[in-house]
Design a protein. Structure first.
Length: 204
């Protein structure tokens, strides 16, 4: 099938995106607003950008009406800080529960029963149950479209990292099997790490 995306309805484009770009790691992002109201929400359009400096990016899709921003984006623009917590099998249910489109007054830490963990260099707490937490300062945001289906890209500079001792060795390598990350597929589907295989890079 040959497809011209310009001829598709927005929902059809969405289905192609989330079904064809898989698996997607999940950024479980915790923030505070200017009054200290906590928020934590998952975003599966997420990945690493570079390592010097360490920049992570996630791309909240605009689902709310008109030009209203997601609470996470609004909080980050207001405070300039956030924490990206790695989503794992152990907290999959809570990650999913936090994905609801709740009112701004809802504290997803309380809703999910997750534990807020004080951060070292930023004000928003991390998720204690997540074995890896990246404390971030806002580097920049870029908006792609202002209607529903657009995105408010968030780029964060990592200023501190928490890693569970049992998952990291003296050479800073992470034990992926022990981490047990989860990823998003399409619809209600998630995936686990699955089989790991190695291929040597070409020696040029």
């Amino acid at each position: 099938m040959e497809i011209n995306p310009g001829q598709l309805e927005p929902q059809q484009r969405y289905k192609l995106m989330i079904g064809g770009v898989v698996p997607r790691p999940i950024a479980f992002v915790s923030t505070l607003d200017g009054q200290g109201q906590r928020n934590v929400a998952p975003f599966s359009f997420f990945n690493a950008v570079c390592f010097n400096p360490i920049i992570l990016a996630f791309f909240p899709i605009r689902y709310k009406k008109e030009k209203e921003l997601k609470d996470t984006v609004s909080n980050i623009r207001e405070t300039g800080e956030f924490v990206i917590n790695v989503s794992t099998e152990a907290i999959a249910e809570q990650v999913n529960q936090a994905s609801g489109r709740y009112e701004k007054s809802v504290d997803e830490f309380e809703l999910t029963g997750l534990t807020p963990k004080p951060s070292t260099k930023v004000k928003p707490p991390g998720v204690a149950e997540s074995p890896i937490q990246f404390e971030c300062e806002l580097e920049r945001t870029i908006s792609f479209g202002e209607d529903q289906g657009g995105a408010d890209a968030v780029f964060g500079k990592v200023v501190h990292i928490h890693v569970a001792d049992e998952l990291i060795d003296n050479d800073y390598r992470i034990d992926a099997r022990g981490l047990q990350p989860i990823a998003r597929l399409a619809g209600n589907a998630y995936s686990k790490l699955g089989e790991i295989f190695e291929i040597e890079r070409p020696k040029v």
